[in-house]
Design a protein around this ligand. Structure first.
Ligand code: SAH
Length: 395
């Protein structure tokens, strides 16, 4: 089937000429090619017919995600070469080692594969499609992953039930595309974590906090640590490793608490230094005493999934941080995060600033954190930066 052309309105190629990979629906000259279907690979041209690139078509405000700014086939060679360069970067970052076998191999636009996420846990790749085009390419992607030299993938699990646009009616089933291993123990900086891609959130683990967990470990010695929104207990395990006096982990989900307890047990069997609580974080902070903790981690889920929820989200961050500033012991350290893409770095900092002012305490910024290098941001696509964090010293 010949590839269809999508022509832009006059002057609408500007952002694409600067390699931003999204074509918004309002930029397209009517009518759309006859018979075009969601997920099809299309050629995008300027109004005068000049070829801009090829990409995946989708119904919605982002109508095309550009895969290459040249007129080329999107076939198995394309995916193999993109994945090779993704792996070359992770190797350059030193992330594939005997004491570290968990990392993100593909971070969407940041790896010039918009709509695709691939996380690696040893011999397993967990694949998430965020666009119909990537959904249709899933088997080509799985074969390319299994064939990637130097990666050793024997198991590819496809997990896109909740990441694909609901309206596309793709009815994607989570399933194995290669192999059938059910769980794994992955190693991150020498620490071990049970990864459950079948039942866990996202791909089973939040790899994006790796560097921030390591930094936390550095500050944990002798401290009384409270890990809020602990999920798999990543920060808790690093705090124990760093020599914390005690670590308390809180998550409202019983399942998360079970995961945290198992990961603590895996690394520090029988330790009396750790306790976990299946409770709402806001209630826990309300009920705890002042000065119980001198290191608090606040890593909540995305409060704003969309722009419409922004105001409430900012209020949520302010409320949460204010409670921590009110209760933390003098000389305490707060690691506070926002993973909402809709919240900018400045907005998050302003919310934390308001919380600080409310507490009337002397508070200084020690570190400004972001996502790690295996979640790269294409310089042409600043929207790819989503994780923001501050480390604060509270007197
Ligand atoms: N810090 C984790 C990731 C956090 S994901 C890590 O490093 O891996 C967000 C977690 O917040 C989820 O596990 C979810 O169950 C939990 N959560 C959501 N709302 C909550 C609330 N009100 N109180 C406590 N936990 C909550």
């Amino acid at each position: 089937m010949p590839i269809k052309n999508i022509r832009l309105k006059r002057g609408k190629e500007e952002s694409l000429d600067r390699f931003h990979p999204w074509v918004f629906s309002g930029a397209i000259a009517e009518p759309l090619p006859e018979g075009i279907e969601e997920g099809e690979t299309v050629r995008v041209t300027a109004h005068d017919g000049r070829v801009i690139g090829v990409g995946h078509f989708q119904i919605g405000s982002i109508a095309v995600r550009i895969l290459d700014f040249a007129d080329r086939a999107i076939d198995s060679d394309f995916f193999a070469s993109r994945l090779e360069s993704a792996l070359a970067l992770r190797k350059a970052l030193g992330l594939a080692r005997t004491d570290n076998n968990a990392y993100r191999l593909v971070h969407g636009e940041g790896d010039f594969l918009p709509g695709l996420v691939v996380d690696i846990y040893g011999p397993t790749a967990v694949v998430q499609a965020h666009s119909p085009g990537m959904h249709f390419a899933r088997n080509t992607i799985a074969s390319a992953l299994a064939g990637l030299e130097g990666l050793g993938i024997r198991n590819v699990y496809y997990k896109s039930e909740t990441t694909l646009p609901f309206k596309a009616h793709l009815d994607a089933q989570n399933d194995y595309l290669v192999g059938g291993l059910e769980t794994a123990v992955a190693t991150e900086n020498g620490l071990h974590f049970n990864i459950d891609w079948l039942r866990g959130q996202k791909t089973g683990f939040f790899l994006d906090q790796r560097d921030n967990r390591a930094l936390l470990g550095h500050y944990a010695a002798g401290r009384k640590v409270l890990n809020m929104f602990c999920y798999t207990g990543g920060f808790s395990v690093y705090a124990l490793k760093g020599g914390a006096e005690k670590v308390h982990s809180v998550d409202s989900s019983e399942k998360a608490i079970t995961l945290t307890d198992a990961n603590v047990e895996l690394n520090f069997p029988g330790t009396p230094r750790h306790r976990s609580f299946a409770e709402d974080a806001f209630k826990f902070l309300d009920n705890m005493n002042r000065n119980d903790y001198d290191l608090i981690i606040l890593d909540p889920p995305a409060f704003a999934k969309h722009r419409s929820a922004l105001r409430n989200a900012l209020r949520g961050y302010q409320r949460l941080n204010a409670k921590a500033f009110e209760k933390i012991a003098p000389g305490g350290i707060v690691f506070t995060f926002s993973c909402s893409q809709a919240v900018s770095r400045e907005q998050f900092r302003l919310a934390v600033f308001s919380a600080a002012a409310q507490s009337r305490r002397r508070i200084r910024i020690l570190h400004q954190l972001t996502q790690p290098a295996d979640h790269p941001v294409s310089i042409y696509h600043p929207e790819g930066e989503y994780l923001k964090g501050l480390v604060l010293y509270v007197e």
